[in-house]
Design a protein around this ligand. Structure first.
Ligand code: ATP
Ligand code: FE2
Length: 332
């Protein structure tokens, strides 16, 4: 089976062709805002500008590997959650490809794609997933036919919280990697608000408090303290989900997962609990076309496709809205 998938929920336009076992090709064009954060309309214009050339280059690379457009079985696209204008641009490109190749559309939930690509590219089988990206922060696990959200942010995603603080500190976007670099040269921990409500998290107060702390403390110390506080929060919720589900694996997903300190803290927690800790290769952690294509392939093989009428995008598409038809529990 060959599935072509297109990701474009936010800043990255990325398309890939995959089989059950292999990434045949992937082509990416990244939108980089000149100032500040992501402007949804500008990002959508970027995706519209590059959609045709990305697909053309993807098909050319696939041909080099002996895969012809006529062999593609379906077109997967990121149906949500994400920025409305970006989602609509990518869905339009997907519909055009589906019509011109005469193959079905598959609407993929972006968050689930982060999970599935991680399970594909690591030995994880039935993990508790810590999914931390720009817009999303969730602790997720499969249970009874769905990916259940055990805990999530009540306000902004961890990546956006880090980026927001970084902007206030005068650092360029995206701020996450810059904060990580400054944190390495810290000398002191400054207490910041640690906010967990039940199993849910809140980052916006922490972000504001960190910005305030900059008036009195060096940037390095604030970056370090911000990371220690925010990461301890997500690790705590992930640990509670392990305890609650009795599962023995943690899978890290999403762009913030690139952070070495976060990985170290998760690894320590897993070692202490006798759980395994899995992280996919970096190229599969941030937004990428492969994750959409591969999740599309799983859905396609379990009989899930969309008609054009059903292919409307959903900016608020929730992880637990999706019936997971491709997992057979007896095989887990
Ligand atoms: P989603 O649509 O799933 O919310 P996204 O569009 O925000 O994802 P991702 O690539 O998953 O894209 O994540 C980007 C985020 O990851 C940014 O907020 C960025 O600051 C953060 N990030 C990247 N590298 C690091 C790092 N080393 N440490 C902390 N945060 C990081
Ligand atoms: Fe993402």
């Amino acid at each position: 089976t060959f599935i072509l998938g297109i990701e474009g929920t936010a800043w990255n336009l990325s398309a890939a062709i995959v089989t059950e076992t292999e990434v045949i090709a992937e082509v990416t064009e990244t939108y980089k805002p000149e100032t500040g954060g992501i402007h949804p309309r500008e990002a959508a214009q970027h995706h519209a500008k590059y959609a045709a050339s990305v697909i053309k280059r993807l098909l050319a690379e696939a041909k080099k590997k002996g895969v012809q457009p006529s062999e593609i079985d379906g077109i997967a696209f990121s149906q949500g959650p994400g920025l409305g204008p970006c989602l609509r641009t990518v869905a339009t490109a997907a519909r055009m490809l589906s019509i011109s190749l005469g193959v079905p559309l598959i609407g993929v939930n972006h968050c689930i794609a982060h999970i599935e690509v991680g399970i594909w590219r690591t030995p994880a089988k039935d993990p508790v997933v810590l999914y931390v990206s720009g817009a999303n922060s969730q602790v997720i696990s499969y249970m009874g036919g769905r990916y259940r959200v055990f805990g999530e942010t009540l306000d902004i995603g961890l990546g956006n919280a880090l980026d927001k603080f970084a902007r206030k500190a005068g650092l360029p976007h995206p701020g996450g990697p810059k904060i990580e670099a400054y944190a390495k040269n810290a000398t002191k921990y400054i207490p910041l608000p640690y906010v967990i409500k039940g199993m849910d998290l809140s980052f916006s107060g922490l972000s504001t408090a960190a910005s305030e702390a900059l008036k009195k403390a060096p940037l390095e110390d604030v970056c370090y303290s911000y990371q220690e506080t925010a990461f301890a929060m997500v690790v705590e919720v992930a640990e509670r989900a392990l305890a609650h589900t009795g599962k023995k694996e943690i899978l890290l997903a999403g762009g913030v997962g690139a952070n070495a300190r976060l990985r170290e803290m998760l690894n320590e927690m897993c070692e202490a609990r006798g759980a395994k800790f899995y992280v996919p290769e970096k190229r599969f952690m941030g937004d990428n076309g492969t994750m959409i294509a591969y999740t599309g392939l799983l859905m396609y093989k379990s009989g899930i496709t969309l008609s054009l009428e059903e292919s409307r995008v959903n900016p608020n598409f929730r992880t637990d809205d999706v019936e997971v038809t491709w997992i057979k529990e007896e095989e887990m």
